[in-house]
Design a binder for this molecule. Structure first.
Ligand SMILES: *Cc1c(COP(=O)(O)O)cnc(C)c1O
Length: 386
């Protein structure tokens, strides 16, 4: 037992990560730009990058200058693309780390150029094209105005003008998680129309559009690279696709029974005393709570796995503790390992199962796992047998 596996921890199965990467790469048949923002969705960017480097991705995607700089400190030399607009205060930091900016406005491009001149280096950027996502990007309808302005500031290809290299263009689908393709077709047509109007040869640009969902569902939009995130980490953005295996679970959340007790009828548990024992019951207290990222709404609704069996969570979840009923697993004792997310024997609770119960998406469950939970790397075999 690793020292980290005390009251609660996150197990990270790097074999599963590798398998999911291969699934996306095979489906998309194009270069890979894995997204490792938010510490690789909470999985841990260091382990993810170490695992994926030998696969030879084109580069990595992040959301912030700090995340990109952290990749450089890990020794990453490939391109690191920041997909969110940079606040002005972060531009110099991004330049110092030789990140690739995504540009959504001419003043953003001017700031990037100023940073390049300050840094005395040629800096890369990709143009973000807004085809309906709305949160970032140049408006696809106005390419006749911004296209020439961007080209004028940066030259028209890999030769840097005034410290800037325009090396890519991308868009982002807003509805790749639904079966109906019409919204994505519309965005695709807008993007295509924008590309042909750019005053630079498109062949000089890395053109990309698809995150996990589109990469698996709409392979005709694979272009020069795809940007998968959630699928790599075990979340399924396109469930039920006939020719794509479900993602292998990458993350397991485990904790230990820190107390077991037999209670008489009428006993109550948790804040608000929302569960009352109808008869004699056995309760087990787990060393995990909402302060660890276990959603509080799972109180009286969620389940845990003990010795390969499902047991119900009773009462409200506290910040540090959660109580389960152990009547069906009487042999479980103190320090027993209990699974909140992941596999135990034949049973499996996925992040998407939890998200469904909570009314959110797997992304939020994963990124919500608190730094309080140590991340412990393991292999698929270890994760399945515990
Ligand atoms: C987060 C993000 C992705 C990855 O999305 P997934 O659905 O997790 O695969 C790709 N592109 C952009 C612009 C993103 O912000």
């Amino acid at each position: 037992m690793a020292i980290a596996e005390t009251r609660a921890w996150v197990e990270v199965d790097l074999d599963a990560l590798r398998a999911n990467y291969d699934t996306v790469e095979r489906a998309a048949g194009t270069a890979m730009l894995p997204m490792v923002k938010a510490d690789a969705y909470g999985v841990g960017a260091a382990g993810v990058v170490r695992t994926l480097e030998p696969r030879g991705p084109w580069g990595y995607g992040v959301a912030t200058a700090g995340e990109g700089a952290a990749l450089r400190r890990l020794g990453v030399t490939r391109p690191v693309l920041v997909l969110s607009p940079l606040p002005l205060r972060d531009v110099a930091r991004a330049a110092a780390a030789r990140l690739t900016a995504s540009v959504s406005s001419l003043d953003g491009l001017d700031a990037w150029r100023a940073a390049a001149l300050d840094a005395g280096a040629a800096l890369d950027f990709h143009v973000d094209v807004d085809t309906g996502m709305g949160r970032s990007g140049f408006d696809w309808r106005d390419v006749g105005a911004w296209g020439p302005a961007v080209a004028e500031r940066s030259g028209s290809g890999p030769d840097p003008v005034a410290g800037l290299r325009w090396t890519g263009a991308f868009t982002h689908f807003h509805s790749a998680d639904v079966r109906d393709p019409s919204a994505s077709v519309r965005q695709w047509e807008r993007f295509r129309d924008t590309l042909v109007q750019l005053p630079v040869p498109v062949e000089q640009l890395l053109v990309h559009a698809s995150a996990s969902g589109a990469a698996l569902r709409w392979r005709e939009y694979g272009l020069d690279a795809v940007r998968p995130g959630i699928f790599l980490y075990g979340g399924d953005p396109a469930p039920g696709l006939a020719d794509v295996p479900a993602p292998a679970p990458v993350v397991a959340v485990r904790s230990r029974l820190v107390l077991v007790k037999d209670v008489p009828a009428g006993s109550t548990v948790g804040y608000g005393a929302t569960h009352t024992a109808a008869g004699p019951e056995r309760w087990g207290t787990l060393g995990i709570g909402y302060g660890d990222g276990l959603p509080r709404v799972l109180g009286n609704r969620g389940e845990a796995l003990v010795r390969g069996r499902r047991v119900p969570i009773v009462g409200r979840i506290s910040m540090d503790l959660t109580t389960v009923r152990l009547d069906d697993v009487p042999e479980a004792g103190r320090d027993e390992r209990v699974t909140l997310i992941g596999r135990d024997g034949q049973e499996l609770i996925t992040i998407d199962d939890i998200a469904g119960q909570v009314g959110t998406i797997g992304y939020e469950i994963l990124t919500g796992l608190s730094p309080r939970l140590p991340r412990v790397e393991c292999s698929t075999e270890e994760s399945e047998t515990g």
